[in-house]
Write a protein that binds this ligand. Sequence first.
Ligand code: PHB
Length: 389
Amino acid sequence: MQLIKTLAACALAAATAGGAQAADLKVGLVLPLSGPFAAYGAQIERGARLYIQEHGDTVAGRKVVLISKDDTGVAPAVSKRQAQNLLIQDKVDILAGFGLTPSAFAVAPLATETKTPMVVMNAATSSITTKSPYILRTSMTLPQVTAPIATWALANGIKTVYTVVADYGPGHDSEAQFKKTFTAGGGKIVGESRSPVSSPDFAPFLQRAKDAKPDAVFLFIPAGEQGVAFAKGFKERGLDKAGVKLIATGDLTDEDVLNAMGDSALGVYTSFHYSQAHDSPENKAYTAAYTKAYPDGNHRPNFMSVAGYDGMRLIYDTLKKTNGDASGDVFLAAAKGMSWVSPRGPVSIDPETRDIIQNVYVRKVERVDGVLQNVEFDKIPNVKDPGKE
Ligand code: PHB
């Protein structure tokens, strides 16, 4: 209530001070820009800024201004405080970013209270979009990208699986969807473990998985360094030599860490919505523009950068439809059902859930021209979030 009053006072002050010129369109990004998940913030911001660079910094007569705030990672109280700062001090029109699920959960009530559009550009627990009617999502949901690898496993002689997931929202979603799809098709889960979200030690989980002698280990952990540790540990403990396959969502083999994984990534099968190696004219243009805009070579174009890029596209296309009106109800009505061709393939915003509908691809890590890539070999078209069925 207090927040609404403050914002109303600010809006009044802005209106009385205002001349003929349309006010800047301020987008406040809440992102991990420091700490163990800092790469998420860097990638999302790179994608968003690339879109603005390519399409101009004015839309529907309003100059677009991006303001980024660091929430440091898994720190919901910090995410909430930063969102409050953006709303009250910076007077942003739209909230965006959100690298991790706890951050999106913490800010959802503020979006509702202030009727501010909130564009989620990574956090991927299915239920996030149910936490506020002002949330839209341009990334993915874990059930959406998990079901296809379970189906692939069933069709490829994998009969028993040991699951390892990070112990929080997206991990729980992923575990539940994998079990559901895999057991419905006759597969058996022979063991399951949940690892801590921050600084996990995978050794005990790898040993338990090895002792269970499954055909495969299924894994979801948040993208980044953790995946490098897991993939290396998998080889070092000899699970691959024991004939155990490693299957996962594509978070594991994110392009940002593929080089660091090295040979331990070879032969890993994943399902996901984006690969740098996706073969389409839109993706060729995207990856070329990304590499040109960010020649430092510190990052490779990945799924987070694409979600930031597509998130800005959703904001631009929606504002064109509303003639620059970013007020929550008008903006959301215009955004629902929006469709476009992303670097990942065709996408649309589900008018019922406000989640993204997209193709999910099955991929295998291979060396292509000397570089490790997620090579897509199968496609499940137009997947809606199965987590809400
Ligand atoms: C999340 O916290 O929702 C999350 C983080 C990293 C991922 C996927 C989901 O790779």
